[in-house]
Design a protein around this ligand. Structure first.
Ligand SMILES: C[S@@+](CC[C@H](N)C(=O)[O-])C[C@H]1O[C@@H](n2cnc3c(N)ncnc32)[C@H](O)[C@@H]1O
Length: 241
């Protein structure tokens, strides 16, 4: 699976990595933390723009892949730490920048993750949060598909829910938007090596959506392949001074 994430269209797209850099606004003096770094796509994109970046993940196999990429690309300012987003092995007020991308929907302790992000950031430091975030009308349809595609999926929040949870955790939310993508269903299933029968079942869940959910998802077949809408939240927040 690690190899799939290291080459997945969304995760490695230059445009999508640029988007997270634009949100994160890294500075050359920053010590940055990228949580749930996976194979290190976001951390390695940050590396040229910060003093040092630490990528943390719960899965040893993902970090082993990140280590290999670091060596192949001769990156000298990235390091990899095994750990849990909701119990970070770092001191209070130690990072200038916090990022997390395409992962909070897996977290079983969402409030713990936010309070740890707050704890390890220095006062006044910024954070970028990018995760799948469907509009309310399409959320339940996508939730069913996400859970059956990958049982480690827990829940995607809407942008409004993200804002509420971040503010409750003490963050000042500076930007909170959502971005729609034209989503390649087959490629998405391929990332998780979903069996063909299950992938066909999940395609029919999307194509059977009705009413507002269908309007939002607007599924379409192009040359036999299913495409539909998919959303991420793009959030920038700050720990108060
Ligand atoms: C889709 S991948 C992340 C992709 C990566 N952030 C990127 O930008 O390409 C999701 C990652 O979340 C990690 N993960 C899930 N729960 C976690 C937790 N509680 N703490 C840290 N990492 C976690 C998984 O091990 C996996 O590597």
């Amino acid at each position: 699976m690690a190899a799939n994430y290291a080459k997945a269209a969304f995760h490695t797209s230059t445009e999508r990595l640029r988007e997270v850099l634009d949100l994160a606004q890294p500075k050359p003096t920053d010590l940055a933390l990228d949580v749930a770094t996976g194979t290190g796509n976001t951390a390695l994109a940050l590396a040229p723009f910060v003093r040092r970046v630490v990528g943390l993940d719960l899965t040893r196999e993902m970090l082993a892949h990140a280590c290999r990429l670091t060596a192949e690309r001769s990156v000298a300012n990235a390091e990899w730490v095994l750990g849990d987003a909701s119990r970070l092995p770092f001191a209070d007020d130690s990072f200038d920048l916090y990022t997390v991308r395409a992962a909070p929907h897996h977290f079983t302790d969402f409030d713990g993750f936010l309070s740890e992000a707050m704890r390890v950031l220095k006062p006044g430091a910024g954070a970028a949060f990018v995760d799948c975030a469907a509009p309310p009308a399409a959320r339940e349809v996508l939730h069913e598909v996400e859970l059956r595609r990958d049982p480690s999926h827990v829940r995607s929040l809407t942008v409004m829910e993200w804002t509420e949870r971040l503010e409750r955790a003490g963050f000042v939310v500076e930007v909170a938007t959502s971005r729609e993508m034209d989503w390649d269903f087959e490629d998405w299933m391929g990332n998780m090596a979903v069996a063909p029968d299950l992938a066909a079942d999940l395609a029919s869940v999307i194509e059977a959506a009705e009413g507002e959910a269908r309007k939002e998802l607007h599924p379409v077949r192009r040359e036999g392949k299913l495409w539909h809408a998919y959303w991420h939240c793009l959030i920038r927040a700050r720990k108060p001074e």
